[in-house]
Design a protein around this ligand. Sequence first.
Ligand SMILES: NC(=O)C1=CN([C@@H]2O[C@H](COP(=O)(O)OP(=O)(O)OC[C@H]3O[C@@H](n4cnc5c(N)ncnc54)[C@H](O)[C@@H]3O)[C@@H](O)[C@H]2O)C=CC1
Ligand SMILES: O=C(O)[C@H]1O[C@H](OP(=O)(O)OP(=O)(O)OC[C@H]2O[C@@H](n3ccc(=O)[nH]c3=O)[C@H](O)[C@@H]2O)[C@H](O)[C@@H](O)[C@@H]1O
Length: 465
Amino acid sequence: MRLSPRLSISFPRRRKVLTVHSYRVAVIGAGYVGLTTAACLASLGHRVTCGEVDAAKVERLRRADVRILEPGLPELVAEGLAAGRLDFVVGAAAATADAEVVFLCVPTPMGEGGTADLTAVEAVLTEVRDHLPAGCVLVNKSTVPVGTAGRTAALLGRDDVAVVSNPEFLREGSGVRDFLNPDRIVVGSRSRAAAERVSALYAGLGAPTVLTDAASAEMVKYAANCFLAMKLSYVNSLAELCERLGADIGDVTEGMGRDNRIGPSFLDPGPGWGGSCLPKDTNALMRVAEAAGFDFGILRSVIAANDRQAARVADKVAEAVGGSVSGVRIGLLGLTFKAGTNDLRDSPALAVAGVLHARGADLVGYDPGLLALDQPEAHDLLAAAGILTLVDDVLDVAKDAAALVVLTEWPEFRGLDWHRVADALAGRVVVDGRNHLDPDALAKAGIAWRGLGHRHAQQPLTAPA
Ligand SMILES: NC(=O)C1=CN([C@@H]2O[C@H](COP(=O)(O)OP(=O)(O)OC[C@H]3O[C@@H](n4cnc5c(N)ncnc54)[C@H](O)[C@@H]3O)[C@@H](O)[C@H]2O)C=CC1
Ligand SMILES: O=C(O)[C@H]1O[C@H](OP(=O)(O)OP(=O)(O)OC[C@H]2O[C@@H](n3ccc(=O)[nH]c3=O)[C@H](O)[C@@H]2O)[C@H](O)[C@@H](O)[C@@H]1O
């Protein structure tokens, strides 16, 4: 039973846009943020050159061969190329020759001790410093510590180039939709004219725009990601408490989330929050706070709660198979950091797998996102980690397993033929690390369901007719 990810066939709603003025834009970095920014700005009518250091990626992108799972992105890249509004070149300097606006979208991974590693940002600045046209605006879209815009200006040493901070809030897996339908656009600079030029690029989107200074714009990005992480650590901790007190986390979050001040999103418990951004950004803000002499205790607790979550889920698996996973075959459903992506970076699923492996489990894993595109890097990464065997059929992951564990909330998992899964399993129990499945569907196939923060025995109360 091989499942293909449904998200790959859903296309984002396209907004009718009106481009007031077409700018010449350079985007440096063709990853999740850079490629989405380049393709979307081209779709808004701007002329975009994307400079990328990876020559093989440039060659693929010129053929609209996109290897990240982002609905609508391959189509927008193909449209931009065909219309002559989008081009890809190797290197940063080559992209900036006649640009009016230059976006930096390069990685800022977690560095030494949790600080943001600005090596790529600095490398690009050094490369483009003498190539930027006079009067252009340099925009930082990478997530960088507060104060970076000021240091960027100093490093550039160019009075004729303004520096702007314009953080990006898109989520992986819905990048195009998020970019074209932003809740808000944040633009920070000491130069009002530069900030207005950057805002004008997005004019057709009709989104509320926060114009501020660069430090505040940089802070908004960390403040938002850390708040989201705080919501999730809170809900994962609540789930644990619900288990001890006999309450149902699903009903609790529904009751909480219907309060408009709280809202229903980001309240699903899981194996921990991960991905390429929340973990590094929470740690980076911790370090920035420490450097400023501020004890950010609440954020420290948010990170610590998340650090415990993988072991919590592993404990549940051990409990489900009788106490110890040593020498026990366990099937893992979902390996990416969330559904709808093929991104394994800092995946909580792999963190849980790491704990189970360390405790001696024999792990087999399956993920529809890793089947969707040619992903040799993902397969290499898993092989290098050496903690599990990747299979491409969902029944192979169940075969002879003492338990199945849901670690990523792929919609496809809900529709599995649980009778066939039950026949393949050695032990008929599913630990649902995302509270994602329908326990009744499993029960009908004779499979026990164990979720997070749930009272297993309780039947939901029905409202009076
Ligand atoms: N991934 C996401 O959903 C979001 C990421 N961000 C931030 O955006 C920044 C970029 O993140 P991603 O797009 O995820 O990274 P990524 O790793 O997907 O892509 C970065 C790209 O930059 C290229 N690159 C590296 N050094 C370069 C150089 N010197 N010249 C030209 N290209 C170079 C890389 O080869 C890669 O293609 C980070 O600061 C991240 O925190 C912000 C919002 C969302
Ligand atoms: O700065 C960034 O890179 C981005 O980081 C996150 O986006 P993303 O990393 O794509 O992932 P999220 O959708 O935020 O999910 C993060 C983690 O939280 C988990 N999560 C999310 C929601 C939820 O209810 N429960 C839950 O466990 C996910 O499974 C995942 O592991 C933010 O949501 C974006 O706004 C931001 O732009």
